[in-house]
Design a protein. Sequence first.
Length: 318
Amino acid sequence: MISVRQLSKHYGELKAVDNISFEVGEHENLILLGTSGCGKTTTLKMLNRLIEPTSGEIYVDGKNVKDQSPESLRRSIGYVLQNTGLFPHYTIAENIAVVPKLLKWDKSKIESRTNELIEKLRLPVDSLYKYPSQLSGGQQQRVGLARALIADPPVLLMDEPFGALDNITRTRVQAEFKALDELLRKTIIMVTHDVQEAFELGDRICLMDKGHIVQIGTPQELLFKPANDFVKQFLDAQRVQLEFKTVTIGNIWDRLPVGGLDNIATTLNENTSVWASLTAFDHQKQQQLTIKNADAIKTITYEQLMAAYHQYQQRPQV
C-alpha cells in the first residue's frame, strides 16, 4: 500500500532522515517510534508532502506522490495532529466539513457522514454547534479524528495524536481508537515517542534513531529478538509491562489447563493479551475467566494464567 524507498531529508549538514526504506501493507498500522529528533515526524510529513524530501521515492497505492499535486494528495490522506489543528473560529461541524467542502460534497451528504462519525466517536450531538475551546481535550481529539476520517481516505497519518491528553483520557481514547470499525479498513502510520502506546496500537513498529531505522518488526520481534543493544536498552525500562501487553492468550494456550465452562461472565479470545486478561480479573467478581480459540474453551484462574505466562517466558529462544 505504501512504499518508501531510500528516503532522505537533509538540512545542510544535518541528516534528519537518512536513506530509509520500508513498506506498509494494506490495513496495517505501522508505528514510527523514537526519541525527539530521531526523524519520525519528518518522515511522516514527507509522506503527504508537507515536507519535500531531499531524495528518495514514496509510493501510495502504486502511485508516486511526486506525480500528484500536494493539495490533491492531502485530500486523499487523512492527517491527525497532536494539538488537533482545529480552526478555533469554526464550529465543530464546520471543522469536520473542511475536506468534504473542498471535494464539493452536497450539504446532505456532509451532514449524514458527520452524524455517522460523531455517533461512532461518542461525541454529543450538540457539540457540532460549539467551538473547539468549549470541548474537553479528549473531545477535541475525537473531532480531529472525525475530520481526518470524514472523506473515508484509505490512508491515515497520525502525529502524536494522543500526546496532549492526560493519562486517564489518553488511555480511554486509545481504547476507543482500537475498537473503532472505521479504522479497520485504513492503512495507518502513526508517530509516537510513547513506547507503551506503540506496543498497544501497532501491528509493526519502526524504531528510529538519528535519522535511521534501527529495527522494524512486530512488537514481539522488537521485544524478544532485538536487532542490537540500542533496541534492547530502549525497551528495557518498561520490559515487564511490555511483555504482558505483547504476549497473547494464543501464545500461552498450550500451557493452560484443558477444559472449561462457557458460563463465566467474562469471555476472552486467543488474541487477548496477558495484560488485558489480568485487567479482566481485576474488573470482575468471579475468580475465573473463560477463554476461547477456534477449537476449544478453557476456564482459568489468575494463578493458572500467571503460571502459563512464566512457563512461556522460560521457553528456549529460537
